[in-house]
Write a protein that binds this ligand. Structure first.
Ligand SMILES: *[C@@H]1O[C@H](CO)[C@@H](O)[C@H](O)[C@H]1NC(C)=O
Ligand SMILES: *[C@@H]1O[C@H](CO)[C@@H](O)[C@H](O)[C@H]1NC(C)=O
Ligand SMILES: *[C@@H]1O[C@H](CO)[C@@H](O)[C@H](O)[C@H]1NC(C)=O
Ligand SMILES: *[C@@H]1O[C@H](CO)[C@@H](O)[C@H](O)[C@H]1NC(C)=O
Length: 298
């Protein structure tokens, strides 16, 4: 067993080495917070475990908290393990997202995972959204098949020129397709920073804003670990991250289409856990948005 683990580790090291040798613009990041992230909250609201591996973000009445990458990226794999606020977390939103701008500008591109807190015992919802050039409104909401407050689970975004896939513990829960390169719904041109944050969203998040934060339960703490970014680090000029010039793993057939196992998992999620899909919201969208006609399994 130990031997097996050792050879696996050796194998992975060789793979990692090959990856760095053959694609110099790839960035695989593990750990070092100060080097790769900047935080936007007081030190009291951002703590790490003693070994620096777990990052705790706090929300209370004094402040919310967030952090973002110093670099921006165009295409790749963006992932973190996250343990959400337990107990009564109604009105609290924890997020893991990507955005082309540091401030939420009117023409931004964005890819969002938002975790909507709830009253004790009531289910968290995951809300995902995609913005292109400032237009969003593409929410989907899912329930989870586990309690996300009890342990760390992995939430990941795969982003390339063909699709954006949202994963929960390696299960694809949402696929957002690109039709071609001339549509106006797929964010593909601009690099994005990666962000995480916890904030007060009790004006909309839980039961549409009916459930307010109960500040008696503050501080609210979300825990992050194993941040992984395996992506093309943006450098000007633009062709540095163009998919035609390099052969990144995320720019290949297997990252443009689900495997058959992933298709089965995806279908299981669609059957059991989707609670809202903007594509089916005929009140909000009188005409079905263009991207909603695309087959996610193509
Ligand atoms: C983390 O920062 C170092 C030093 O600036 C940089 O070389 C590396 O590419 C960064 N990693 C990522 C994933 O951006
Ligand atoms: C974004 O929208 C603005 C204003 O509508 C437009 O001028 C610009 O060309 C658009 N940019 C992209 C990349 O679509
Ligand atoms: C590409 O997308 C645009 C906008 O969605 C659409 O008008 C056009 O017909 C599409 N072209 C092809 C070849 O699919
Ligand atoms: C919170 O719990 C209520 C009651 O079970 C449920 O209707 C709602 O969808 C849950 N989540 C949110 C974010 O409101």
């Amino acid at each position: 067993m130990e031997k097996y683990v050792f050879s696996m580790v050796a194998f992975l090291l060789v793979l990692a080495l090959m990856a760095t040798l053959f694609s110099p613009s790839d960035a695989v990041f593990k750990g070092a917070f100060e080097e790769n992230f900047s935080k936007s909250c007081p030190g009291t609201h951002f703590k790490t475990s003693q070994d620096g591996q777990i990052w705790y973000l706090t929300l209370d009445q004094v402040s919310d908290c967030g952090f973002m990458t110093k670099q921006s990226y165009r295409f790749g794999w963006f992932s973190t393990k996250l343990k959400l606020v337990g107990g009564d977390s109604a009105g609290v939103v924890t997020a893991f997202y990507m955005c082309s701008e540091v401030e939420a500008g009117p023409l931004r591109d964005e890819i969002d995972f938002e975790f909507l807190g709830n009253r004790t015992g009531q289910p968290y919802l995951i809300q995902t959204n995609v913005y292109n050039n400032g237009s969003g409104g593409r929410e989907m909401r899912h329930q989870l098949w586990f309690d996300p407050t009890l342990d760390f689970h992995t939430y990941s975004i795969l982003w390339n020129s063909h699709n954006i896939v949202f994963f929960v513990d390696k299960v694809p829960i949402r696929i957002y397709k690109n039709a071609n390169h001339t549509n106006n719904f797929f964010p593909a041109q601009r690099p994005m920073y990666v962000f995480s944050s916890i904030w007060n969203a009790d004006n909309w998040a839980t039961r549409g804003g009916l459930d307010k934060i109960n500040w008696k339960n503050a501080p609210f703490v979300a825990s992050y670990k194993d941040f992984t970014i395996d992506a093309c680090t943006w450098k000007n000029p633009y062709p540095a991250c163009a998919s035609t010039t390099t052969q990144h793993w995320w720019d290949q057939y297997s990252a443009w289409h689900l495997s058959s196992k992933q298709k089965t998992d995806y279908a299981w999620v669609q059957r059991n856990f989707v609670v809202y899909n903007y594509c089916q919201d005929t009140v909000r969208n009188r005409y079905k948005p263009q991207e909603c006609w695309l087959n996610p399994l193509d």
